[in-house]
Design a protein around this ligand. Structure first.
Ligand SMILES: Nc1ncnc2c1ncn2[C@@H]1O[C@H](COP(=O)(O)OP(=O)(O)OP(=O)(O)O)[C@@H](O)[C@H]1O
Ligand SMILES: [Mg+2]
Length: 346
């Protein structure tokens, strides 16, 4: 495993099954290829964005990394250990080091528990032997880190006594309380009021800097990804179709699907707005039998061979890879004026 990587994922697959048909007792079971032969790495200290439309396999990928879901096949190396080979007991040792922040803060906090008890849970599970006073000090420190001050005002409340944004902050406090190396945030702001979204994103950036975290940030929104991520992996129907630095992917989107995504972003303020919008026909179908390029039924540049051959990754730049075998037909980059300059995180 490369020293610079915290996580390496190799040929990861997850297939679910789904019942189809109208007759209650005679339904056909068909496979749903949620994640297909996905390989990527997460470098130490970076934020890797996973973007793609609904149902493309973002959450399933993160859940397998965090061992909340078992893979159908593949390897996930975390600091050199293949997590897929570990049993329950061995996996438990890694849990405190990898945490997930979920989309819905209303769903993830137990409504019957006070904030102090919610935050003590991971401490009790992983740091046995601390006194109550020490544990309470950790809880207060984590609450102050997520900018709910003074902590005493919040720790004895129940989740329903907090706003959506405050609840998501508590979920973030729970994810950092054991000082993990890795956090996967799965659309952490999509259920929140627009007015509090920026605050949560900035909080995550601040914590990442302060704690030296490595992050995976899942979103279907390219603007948010451009703000949060150092690199972006674009997923389509269970596969990564393009991966590269944020600047490369946004300035020089190369896969026809990424180009369509970038073309319809309206609020990257560095884009001029006379672009040609690329509107895709059809929709994602995760039950589609897999042969050839996964994007073939929606691709404006497809050729006959795309129906039968899966494209290999082509390296465009040092840190930019694209899975498309018709790249010579795809227009290169976007007009110069649209160049997006990722600001360093302050
Ligand atoms: N437990 C499950 N059983 C059956 N199918 C599932 C299950 N979980 C996910 N899927 C299917 O796997 C595919 C990928 O789902 P996933 O939730 O990973 O997508 P996603 O990219 O996170 O979508 P969204 O943006 O809507 O959250 C979808 O077709 C989904 O219906
Ligand atoms: Mg999801």
């Amino acid at each position: 495993m490369n020293d610079k990587n915290l996580i390496e994922v190799k040929l990861l697959n997850k297939t679910f099954t789904k019942k189809v048909g109208r007759h209650l007792f005679n339904r056909k079971v068909i496979p749903v290829h949620a994640v297909n032969n996905v390989s990527f790495e997460v470098k130490k200290g970076e934020t890797l964005g996973i973007i793609g439309e609904s149902g493309c396999g973002k959450t399933t990928t993160a859940r397998m990394l965090l061992r909340l879901q078992k893979e159908t096949s593949g390897e996930i190396y975390f600091k050199g250990t293949d997590l897929c080979k570990l049993n329950e007991k061995q996996t438990a040792k890694f849990r405190s080091n990898m945490q997930m922040i979920f989309q819905d803060p209303y769903d993830t906090l137990n409504p019957g528990m006070r904030i102090i008890d919610i935050l003590m849970e991971p401490i009790n599970a992983h740091l046995k032997g601390l006194s109550h006073k020490e544990k309470k000090a950790m809880v207060k420190e984590s609450i102050e880190a997520i900018d709910l001050k003074p902590a005493e005002r919040f720790i004895y409340r129940y989740p329903h006594e907090l706003s959506g944004g405050q609840r998501q902050r508590i979920a973030i406090a729970r994810s950092i309380i054991l000082e993990p190396d890795f956090i996967a945030a799965d659309e952490p702001t999509s259920m929140l009021d627009v007015s509090v979204r920026a605050g949560i994103l900035n909080l995550l950036l601040k914590l990442k800097e302060k704690m030296g975290l490595t992050m995976m940030f899942i979103t279907h929104d390219l603007t948010t990804a451009s703000y949060m991520c150092d690199r972006i992996a674009v997923m389509y129907q269970g596969e990564i179709v393009e991966i590269g630095t944020t600047q490369e992917v946004i300035n020089y989107p190369s896969h026809p699907y990424t180009r369509a995504l970038v073309s319809v972003v309206t609020d990257l303020n560095h884009f001029i707005d006379n672009r040609e919008r690329i509107i895709l026909d059809g929709e994602v179908d995760a039950t589609m039998e897999k042969k050839g390029c996964i994007f073939v039924n929606r691709c404006p540049f497809k050729e006959e061979h795309c129906e039968h051959h899966s494209p290999d990754f082509i390296q465009k730049e040092e840190n930019h890879f694209v899975a498309c075998s018709c790249l010579d037909k795809v227009p290169a980059g976007l007009p110069k004026e649209q160049i997006f300059d990722k600001k360093p995180v302050s």
